[in-house]
Design a protein. Structure first.
Length: 237
């Protein structure tokens, strides 16, 4: 999709939702040649390393385009979910969960097993860009908003489908739920931001998130437009 079409799509999202931060386009990179030309690399350009949720936060708040590889990542858990870092037995056994998020190793093992993960070595990194500054076709769109705005996105998805939207909650590694889960499942996710996202991504208490495969973009907007006939958008700002 060309950038002008993405700008138009961004305008439609904001028309119906009145978002406070930019919708974020996410692209998984199989080679660095696919990275946006103007993307900042944290280690190279800022002499620093970021968590994935920090990169998304800087993108949605400041409008930065960021490409994150293993050398740029300060979060080993996020890097493992992206397939950029080896998943050692120390991780798989639940040692990074126990006494912090889980009572024992078995509960930690189940928690780590549940995290959506990309195949190891398939991608070299991930790029994020504000939707209205994107010059690539996204894999996933990530939107943060208040509960009413996120409710509207869920209603939009169900407009033509009915039923319910199933989402997972684990309270940690929400970058995997934001970016990876929609890619693997082909379905949206409603996400309560995790502890790391609150600390490093500076998520506010009123914010929740919604992400969906870009292939559902037209369907989501159709549902938003249909729902606006019943519920005025001014109620959700």
């Amino acid at each position: 999709m060309k950038s002008n079409a993405l700008i138009e799509y961004d305008e439609k999202l904001n028309r119906y939702l009145r978002l406070n931060t930019f919708p974020v386009a996410v692209k998984f990179l199989t080679t660095w040649e696919d990275a946006p030309e103007r993307a900042k690399r944290p280690q190279r350009d800022m002499r620093n390393r970021f968590t994935t949720c920090q990169a998304i936060s800087m993108c949605r708040r400041f409008g930065w385009v960021i490409a994150l590889g293993r050398e740029d990542s300060s979060c080993v858990l996020g890097a493992m979910a992206l397939g950029l870092e080896k998943r050692l037995p120390q991780y798989s056994e639940g040692n990074l969960c126990v006494d912090l998020y889980t009572r024992n190793l078995e509960a930690g093992r189940l928690s780590e097993e549940s995290v959506p993960k990309l195949p190891q070595g398939k991608y070299v990194g991930v790029a994020v860009a504000p939707l209205n500054r994107t010059d690539f076709e996204p894999d996933v769109i990530v939107i943060y908003g208040n509960s009413a705005q996120i409710m509207r996105l869920g209603q939009a998805y169900l407009w033509s489908r009915g039923g319910v939207l199933q989402s997972d909650f684990r309270g940690r590694i929400d970058c995997a739920d934001l970016a990876i889960a929609p890619l693997l499942s082909g379905e949206p996710q409603m996400i309560v931001p995790c502890t790391g996202d609150r600390i490093f991504g500076q998520v506010q208490d009123h914010e929740v998130a919604f992400s969906f495969p870009f292939s559902l973009a037209d369907e989501i907007v159709e549902g938003l437009a249909a729902g606006e006939r019943e519920l005025p958008s001014t109620a959700f700002s």
